[in-house]
Structure formats: structure tokens, C-alpha cells
Design a protein around this ligand. Sequence first.
Ligand code: IP8
Length: 268
Amino acid sequence: MSTARRPLVVLKLGGSLITEKARIMTLRRKILKRLCREVSRALSVVDVVLVHGAGSFGHPQVKMYELDRGIRNRHQLEGLTVTKIAVETLSIEVLKELRKAGVVAMPIHLSSCVLSSSRSEKVELPLDIIRKCLEMGVVPVLHGDIVIDEERGIRIVSGDYIAVELSISLGARRLVFALDVDGIYTSDPKLNPFARMLTELRRDDLDRISLGMGVEMDVTRGMKGKILEAFRAAEHGVEVIMVSGLRKDYVYKALIGELPERCTRLVA
Ligand code: IP8
């Protein structure tokens, strides 16, 4: 159960939404700024845990040093620092925009407080710290990260995994994925003009649709990985909504529990 007084919502801001994925370490500041204001307004109704993706502040760096394959030589270790600098730079930008929007936020970096083991799928998250922040009315901010792993040296933990795990463990009412598209489509809407958006998505539908979006540059499985993760939350009774963060007030509406006109709801 949530320890917070109000309904708890976990918000995942997609890396493709808040960064230019094709241009290394480039922020989409106007979009981020507006989204932070929407979070700020929603805080009068719900408690929020914010998780963001790494976008071009993490994926190109991980790919460059092949960090997603674990540590095999010393040169790769340099990539650890390079990637952390990039991800933390984005995290600071998110915090600065939250601050400007009047949100009191606390960054929680998994790399500093988690030791993972590849023998387990699960990564233990610092729930006590997050619960305490919520209790104090502070918004915990997490992001896709690199953590030290007992067997492989390092492990990439996606923001999607973090958001899903938190929504289940904290008993969140809702999990909102803010995307750079309106929802989940029958195929990639950026490539196929006939792609149809699905207002409801069931696990069975996954066999009938083609999910190519973002997979090429994404070291954490892109859209398909996101949806498979998200179904875990839906199957634990969390309401899961995929919504465009490009449309004004859609994230705000999803946060406070008003279904925006266009979005995809996962049906467990
Ligand atoms: O963008 C990936 O997190 P994501 C984290 O949420 C790194 O998949 C370091 C690439």
C-alpha cells in the first residue's frame, strides 16, 4: 500500500520525449519545461514519483562503449564515467526545470545505492528512501541508470523497469508513460501513415502489431520492452496509461486521473 496520503502516480518521462534522440546530449527544453509545470499542477491532487529515460544522454554512450554487453576490457570502464556524466547532466536539467516549476524534488541515483546481481532479474530499489520523500511531500526523481553488478561488472537498468517496479511496490494507483507519440499503434506511426492507434491494449494484441519504434538506438529494448514491462504493472492492478507528452495538458490529465482524448490504456 502507498504510505502517501493521496493517490500515488508514477510518471515515466520517455527519453525520446525530453531529449533529441538523434542528437547527442540535446535536451528538448521547452517540452521538459511544460511537462514540469504539468507535474507541478497535478501535485495538488496526487503524489508523484518521477522517473525519466536517458535518451541521447545515455544510450549513444552505452552503445559506443558496448556497456550493454557487460565489462570485458578496461577501455569500457572509461565509458562508465562518460555515460554517468551524460545521464547525471540530464538528471540535473530535469531537477532544475522542476525547481523552476515550483516542485520540491529529490534525485535518487541507483548507481550510488544499488548492487545488482545478474543471477536475478530483479533489481532491489531503495523503497525506504522513496517512501520517506513522499511522506515529506517531496517528489522522488529517478532515471534509467548504470549500476554495479556482481557478475557482469555493470548492468543497465531502464527507466521503464524502475517505473514498473515502483508502481507495483509502492501500490501506485496509476502508471503514466509520457511518450513522443499518442499511444501504442498497430505499427510504427513514424514510418507507416496507416498505423492505427489503439485506445486499449491487451497482451494478446502484441502478436498482431509490429513495434519497431526506437529499437535501433535503444539499448534497453525500445517500445516492445516498454510494453512488456508495463503489462507487469497492469497485471498487479495498476492502471497503466500511455499518453503523448507533446500534447499540452495530456500528461496533467493522465496524472490526475482524467483520460485524455487520445491515449492507450493497458487492459490486464
Ligand atoms: O532510457 C537507460 O534508461 P532508459 C539508461 O530508461 C542508460 O531505457 C544509462 C542508457
